[in-house]
Design a protein around this ligand. Structure first.
Ligand code: NAD
Length: 272
């Protein structure tokens, strides 16, 4: 008989491994744990400054019954990203999914942005994703296995916000980069998609609010309150897990025919 759906859930299918960059905290940590829950062995990456937290993520992955591996690397270095992919394959086996999540954000007006500010944001948010996609795709093609490339965009990659010119530029570019990878890699059965969160409660958002209070005044917490109550249909900020749920789908077999797209996970943010 015709069966429209596969009878076995992803978790009982073949062993899968993922790399998640920026996995020491926030959205990356939630993605790593969700993928472990889905049956992945996971290499989590972050900067040396976050090494202790990175090891905590590994402990949590292992508590879910999967293998976890902490690997310190700076995604702005192509060589370090190549070494990250090699180390993950050596430790956990062939790579199924790359989640290029690491990102930074800085609030500054267009007259104050220095070349170094702009370059740093592009180095992490755009070139970091490029190095991760490229190294992972090379590995997947060499393995002759299907694969999933998943990158961090943002709603700021659709609609620019004042004081975020470099960040918006980087996230806009991630959408284009992701689509380009999808077009070139479809023949290898490698998909590429990005996720675009709205407001997510993480350290990144905390720092951002502090920057904005300095630049624009007001009280910390007020901006989040106003934004979520007036502009978010669901009336609350996202938890990192809300984003991880979308990434779980994009990494799954159910998303095998989904590629080249960026998906918003913003609680119904109003953009006008
Ligand atoms: P976060 O600051 O809480 O965590 C990001 C992690 O990335 C940190 O642990 C940090 O050390 C790591 N990192 C930074 N630079 C790195 C580098 N060069 N190499 C390796 N690791 C590096 O941030 P988050 O809120 O969890 O954001 C995760 C992603 O989601 C980012 O790409 C961010 O732009 C995007 N995003 C976040 C929000 C939000 O509201 N929090 C909204 C839209 C998009």
């Amino acid at each position: 008989p015709h069966r429209a759906f596969s009878s076995s859930p992803d978790s009982v299918q073949q062993k899968r491994t993922a790399i998640v960059t920026g996995g020491a905290r926030g959205i990356g940590r939630a993605i790593a744990l969700r993928l472990a829950h889905d049956g992945y062995d996971v290499t989590v990456n972050d900067l040396a400054s976050a090494e202790a937290l990175l090891h905590d993520t590994v402990v949590e992955i292992e508590a879910l019954g999967r293998k976890g591996y902490a690997y310190v690397a700076d995604v702005t270095s192509e060589d370090e990203v190549k070494a990250l992919v090699r180390a993950s394959v050596d430790k956990l086996g062939p790579l199924s999914t790359m989640v290029a999540n690491a990102g930074i954000c800085q609030a500054k007006g267009v007259f104050d942005i220095t070349p170094a500010d702009f370059k740093r944001v592009l180095d992490v948010n755009l070139f970091g994703v490029q190095y991760c996609y490229q190294a992972a795709a090379r590995q997947m093609v060499e393995q002759k296995t299907p694969g999933k490339l998943i990158g961090a965009a943002s709603v700021a990659g659709y609609v620019p916000y004042p004081l975020f010119a470099p960040y918006s530029t980087s996230k806009w570019a991630v959408r284009g980069l992701t689509h380009a990878y999808a077009l070139e890699l479809g023949g290898y059965n490698i998909t590429a998609n990005a996720y675009a969160p709205g407001v997510v409660l993480t350290d990144l958002w905390e720092r951002l609010e502090m920057d904005l209070v300095k630049l624009a005044g007001g009280k910390k917490g007020q901006m989040m309150e106003k934004l979520t109550s007036e502009r978010v249909a669901l009336g609350r900020a996202a938890k990192p897990e809300d984003v991880a749920n979308l990434v779980s789908f994009l990494a799954s077999k159910d998303a095998d025919y989904v590629t080249g797209k960026t998906f918003m996970v913003d609680g119904g943010l109003i953009y006008n």
